[in-house]
Design a protein around this ligand. Structure first.
Ligand code: AMP
Ligand code: MG
Length: 415
């Protein structure tokens, strides 16, 4: 389990910038230790626990990159075409016969180069003669042949510790002959909702109640991370009960997430609950939506209090919970992908905080065009289902006008 000191996030300021919050996480959160072996088929999304050094070169042997004819480059005439007699044939998976000088061997993609041969002519470029092949001039030495180790040298670090295993990494590990990989054990992340107004989907909705959506959004966001996500239900709007629940969960989780109850209203009890259970650093984040976000440590376990409004919960999840999870899980940093777009909206904002505006993306000239989603409320769930990206307006920006370049975070890369 995570073991953080109570004051590990201590900082002095009233409002923390997103950048400073990310730096705190990177500098002060130690990864959870441990390692386990998993079969390649079960390794998707996991974090590699140790550097993977190549036990063999890739490709493992000198081979042809095309279907064609293999020969010694030195046998080619200095000028004009060269006629080489055809001797031998090697297909993928076969042992290559050695090549007499002045000859060419028929060869197929992936077949080992006959000892002596160093260059391959593509069959489409070959002139045919009975028992011979005509090689046109202009081929460079080594053309269309793949030396052993050109992709990965034997002994080189093919994948670094902390790398998350996606399809390409799993393919590379397989090519290196690994049937299983050492990965960091999944960290356990517990998710609470808070609020007396919340009902769980599937139960009857009382008057003045609303269905809990954040818990399910957060669990779904966590499903893309190397964690075991645990649904811990709904906490009442009472500090003592919430503190007891946090303390009870701390011992068996590496991270606790809550949503709601972190503003400064009288009915916002998460802050007090973290304070009662351990130590709170009220991270009022310089971000909109998402300003009320609390961070603390209860029983050595980090607790992140995300705001209740669904869009604010998502924004703060992406900027606090996601890097915190990756850090605890021993993963290398994975910055959120951002792309340039052309704003097709007008917007005013305060300096000193970062804002995330929901936009729809349309194909544009040299970059996509970002149209602002009509409505702005941080509680609008459809502002996420019916738009394509967040436009990220930096701290120093105070206005956006049509035609301005903006950076967007496409939902396709986030959700
Ligand atoms: P709070 O910060 O607790 O005052 O919550 C702000 C708003 O978000 C209120 O309208 C809450 O009803 C709403 N909210 C809080 N938690 C959730 C949740 N888990 N699912 C959906 N809405 C929520
Ligand atoms: Mg509430």
């Amino acid at each position: 389990m995570a073991q953080l000191s109570d004051d590990c996030f201590a900082f002095g300021g009233p409002l923390l910038s997103v950048e400073a919050a990310e730096a705190l996480i990177a500098e002060r959160v130690p990864p959870v230790a441990g390692e386990e072996q998993v079969a390649l088929a079960a390794a998707l999304g996991r974090v590699l626990a140790r550097d993977l050094r190549a036990p063999l070169p890739l490709p493992p042997f000198f081979n042809s990159a095309v279907d064609g004819y293999a020969f010694r480059h030195a046998d080619l005439a200095a000028e004009g075409p060269t006629r080489l007699r055809l001797e031998g044939r090697v297909a993928a998976g076969q042992a290559a016969p050695s090549l007499p000088s002045g000859a060419a061997a028929r060869i197929f993609t992936g077949a080992p180069m006959p000892p002596g041969a160093d260059t391959v002519l593509m069959q489409e470029d070959a002139g045919q003669e009975p028992g011979a092949v005509l090689v046109p001039p202009g081929l460079r030495p080594g053309a269309n042949a793949r030396p052993a180790g050109e992709d990965v040298a034997q002994g080189a670090i093919a994948l670094p510790a902390g790398r998350r295993l996606r399809a390409p990494e799993i393919g590379l590990a397989a090519a290196l002959g690994c049937a299983a990989l050492p990965v960091v054990p999944r960290i356990r992340v517990g998710v609470f909702s808070t609020g007396d107004e919340l009902a769980s989907p599937g139960s009857a909705l009382g008057s003045a109640q609303t269905y809990d959506s954040n818990r399910f959004t957060l669990l779904a966001l966590l499903a893309r991370l190397p964690v075991e996500a645990i649904d811990l239900g709904i906490l009442p709007d009472r500090a003592e009960a919430s503190a007891a629940a946090l303390r009870a969960a701390a011992g068996s989780h590496d991270l606790l997430l809550t949503s709601g109850g972190v503003s400064t209203g009288e009915e916002d009890h998460v802050r007090a609950a973290i304070e009662q259970g351990g130590r709170l650093v009220f991270w009022r984040l310089a971000v909109k939506p998402g300003r009320p976000a609390a961070m603390g440590v209860v029983g050595g376990t980090p607790v992140l209090g995300l705001p209740g409004n669904p869009v604010a919960a998502v924004v703060t999840f992406l900027h606090l919970a996601r890097p915190l999870v990756l850090r605890l899980a021993g993963a290398l940093p994975e910055p959120l992908p951002r792309f340039p777009a052309r704003a097709e909206f007008r917007y005013r904002k305060k300096a000193g905080r970062r804002e995330y505006v929901r936009v729809r993306l349309q194909p544009g000239g040299e970059m996509p065009v970002a149209e602002k989603f009509e409505r702005e409320g941080a509680g609008l769930l459809t502002s996420l289902t019916e738009s394509d990206a967040f436009a990220e307006l930096p701290e120093d920006v105070t206005a956006v006008a049509p035609g301005d370049a903006v950076r967007v975070l496409p939902f396709a890369a986030l959700f």
